[in-house]
Design a protein. Structure first.
Length: 483
């Protein structure tokens, strides 16, 4: 161990000295600290991109200063409606519906060819739900007691079977966090990965910094660190070899989505096929806003480039503006963290630009006080966390496509505690149940019993998106039900 320690100490010392961060090594001369602890500390430092940290901070500070001053060139600052490829599954236009049927076929063909991967952002804990564990392991209370993870994994399995290439046709990549990685892997292992091809990798962290750019020690041998935002999925995929793994498998298209939507359709063939049909390098599945007051970021352009604009950055006049042809809100394409990428775009456009995508978050950062010999929790902001968002890459796109889908069929967020009026397990269960009842009715069955029940379920292995229920035509189905 001595040789390993001394070698790593020399490497980390050299790297820290070169970028003015040697202060974090001050306690390594303390003989009361074990060498095991010191080694773990050095290993954690060695994983930090020290050489690019200052540039990332400066870029984030420059952005913060520009936003505060209202600066930036007039051309780059102009927010306009998105004018790229847009379609809607809610349309009544026969031509567009036919095109979406063709898109579905294209998506299924790509899945059958092994060209599609599902990518899940699952770093969150269930804390806000009152659940002590990964959010994906939460049970929203349906008859099957399936978790969010199980719904997603089984939909992927069903899609593979529908494609004709078997249950492992679509690989499932799951980004965890250091906090829930072990529990997530263990859960899937206990369920034999639900019979599909699953790969896990943890989200990265970045050190918290002083306003002057110095890394902050939380204890003598640990840095104050924080997750690097959901945009950290891109560097994490590079670091853990996920992009290389996808490339070696022949993956061409990636569908990424968040863990907190009980109705998400992983590797959705209609969405994937639509983006392929439009030669899109990047795509966004959205819900069109029904009210100007809805607090959600929307797809727009800034400086002529596609982006997500937060609702707080849009004026009242802009938020209320409606299209003359259909009356829909012009700034209405609400973002729900449901994205498409080509592997080529991710590998050759996103990855080379990763260093330019961080934002400043000023926070109260616990720090080690050398005089008091203890960790202090400040009462005011004393440091900076660098974070990035998954949609920060949208301006890099040269051919972005947007697909608007039905809120009632594809969005059941699970964010707030049970009993909350919106985005709770209760509202998600209600939405899930309503979809199940609608599928059964479309199949030609008649519902009886408690038709208002929120305990009706069509399981993912029975149907991915309402198909396969034709045998129910003419049947009577008593609510609640589990099929």
């Amino acid at each position: 161990m001595s040789d390993t320690y001394e070698t790593l100490l020399a490497t980390v010392t050299r790297r820290c000295d070169a970028v003015g961060q040697s202060h974090i090594l001050a306690h390594l001369s303390d003989d009361s600290i074990s060498k095991d602890v010191k080694l773990a500390f050095l290993q954690s430092i060695d994983e930090i991109p020290l050489e690019t940290l200052a540039a990332s901070l400066q870029g984030a500070l420059d952005e913060e200063a520009m936003l505060k001053s209202g600066g930036g060139s007039s051309d780059d600052d102009i927010i306009e409606p998105f004018t790229g490829e847009t379609a809607s599954t809610t349309t009544t236009d026969a031509t567009q519906l036919d095109a979406l049927k063709e898109a579905h076929a294209i998506g299924m063909k790509a899945a059958a060819a092994g060209e599609v991967a599902a990518l899940l952002l699952a770093g969150g804990q269930g804390t806000r739900l009152g659940y002590n564990g990964p959010k994906g392991m939460y049970d929203i209370g349906l008859p099957s007691h399936s978790t969010l993870f199980q719904f997603m994994a089984q939909r992927i399995k069903k899609l593979g079977l529908l494609s004709g290439k078997g249950k492992k046709a679509v690989p499932f990549y799951i980004m965890t966090s250091p906090l829930n990685h072990e529990a997530t892997v263990q859960y899937f292992t206990e369920h034999d990965n639900f019979g599909i091809d699953v790969h896990f990798f943890p989200q990265g962290t970045l050190p918290s910094l002083t306003p002057e750019g110095k890394m902050i020690l939380e204890t003598p041998t640990s840095l104050a660190v924080a997750p690097d935002g959901n945009g950290g999925i891109y560097p994490a995929m590079v670091k853990h070899g996920i992009l290389n793994d996808m490339k070696s498998r022949g993956i061409k298209y990636i569908h990424a989505f968040g863990v907190d939507n009980a109705l998400v359709k992983p590797a959705d063939p209609t969405f994937v096929g639509y983006c392929i049909s439009k030669s899109a390098d990047c795509g966004n599945k959205v819900l069109w806003k029904t009210s100007p007051d809805e607090k959600v970021g929307v797809v727009a352009t800034k400086g002529g480039k596609p982006c997500i604009v937060e609702y707080s950055d849009i004026s009242k006049e802009m938020s209320e503006r409606r299209a003359e042809d259909d009356g829909r809100l012009v700034f209405g394409a609400g973002n729900i963290c449901n994205h498409f990428y080509t592997l080529d775009f991710m590998e050759n456009v996103i990855v080379p630009n990763l260093g330019n995508m961080y934002h400043v978050a000023r926070k109260k950062i616990p720090y080690y006080d050398d005089v008091a010999k203890e960790t202090v929790k400040p009462t005011s902001n004393n440091g900076i966390k660098l974070e990035s968002f998954i949609f920060d890459v949208f301006p890099l796109s040269k051919s972005m496509a947007v697909l608007d889908v039905a809120r009632s069929e594809e969005f059941a967020p699970v964010k707030n505690p049970p009993g909350t009026d919106s985005d709770s397990p209760d509202t998600a269960r209600r939405l899930f149940s309503d979809v199940a009842k609608e599928w059964v009715k479309r199949a030609g069955a008649t519902l009886t019993g408690d038709v208002d029940s929120d305990m009706c379920e069509v399981g993912p292995m029975t149907s991915y998106n309402g198909e396969g229920l034709e045998g129910m035509r003419g049947a009577t189905v008593d609510c609640p039900f589990s099929i």
